[in-house]
Design a protein around this ligand. Structure first.
Ligand SMILES: O=C(O)c1ccccc1NCC(=O)[C@H](O)[C@H](O)COP(=O)(O)O
Length: 218
């Protein structure tokens, strides 16, 4: 079985970036959402993204961002891809793609089967999908909450667009998540942190070790 793409999200230091790329991250994500403990300003992200260039795909994550913010992010930081983690409609995704010419990962929050109903509308529009858990009722962030959803929602479901499985993944559960869903890619943030926004080298290693072990036995 082919090892999935692995996106480590919410990065903010060159050392951690180097570590996750060394361990095999295919994508690294930067959060542009001020309420997040992982938020990076576009000028800081520019340095981090320049540091990555060519070694992994760089992903700028935004939430219902207007054109002005997207311009600031894209023209300052020059990411390879945009992740839209809000309520962006298919029309809005098409507009963003036309404006910036970058591939788009469209994120969806899942809790129940009906949450998948809108996904087909993004066929031919989004380049990748990302399935995350719906945030808990008291959450202030639409993502990065470290909570899982019921992976059986995706079992046997083969979308025409490749997808990242996300939401509360960690070294402890990633093998089961892969087994249940057969996801094309994995995305993790809290599960490789010691505190919100603080990436942890040991947890990063444990995560990649768990993915490698899952593939060695697949
Ligand atoms: O991580 C954040 O702080 C964040 C804030 C606002 C929108 C999206 C955010 N994260 C997006 C991601 O792709 C996360 O990796 C994804 O939600 C999974 O996070 P976690 O459950 O913590 O692994």
């Amino acid at each position: 079985m082919k090892r999935p793409a692995i996106k480590i999200c919410g990065l903010s230091s060159e050392d951690t970036i180097d570590h996750v790329i060394r361990r095999g991250a295919s994508h690294v994500g930067f959060i542009f959402f001020e309420k997040s403990p992982r938020h990076v300003e576009p000028d800081v992200a520019a340095g981090l993204i320049a540091h990555v260039r060519g070694r992994a795909k760089t992903v700028a994550v935004s939430v219902d961002a207007d054109n002005e913010l997207l311009e600031e992010i894209v023209y300052a930081a020059r990411p390879d891809m945009l992740q839209l983690h809000g309520h962006e409609t298919p029309d809005r995704v098409m507009t963003i793609k036309a404006l910036f010419g970058l591939p788009v990962i469209k994120a969806f929050s899942l809790r129940a089967p009906e949450d998948l109903a809108r996904v087909d509308d993004y066929d031919g529009v989004a380049d990748h999908l990302l399935f995350d858990a719906k945030p808990p009722a008291n959450a202030t962030l639409p993502g990065g909450n470290g909570v899982t959803f019921d992976w059986r929602l995706l079992a046997g479901w083969r979308p025409t667009i490749p997808y990242f499985l996300s939401g509360g993944l960690s070294a402890e559960n990633v093998a089961a998540a892969l087994h249940e869903t057969g996801a094309h890619g994995l995305d993790v943030s809290s599960g490789v942190e010691s505190a919100p926004g603080v990436k942890d080298a040991a947890r990063i290693d444990a995560f990649f070790d768990a993915v490698d072990a899952a593939y060695a036995t697949a």
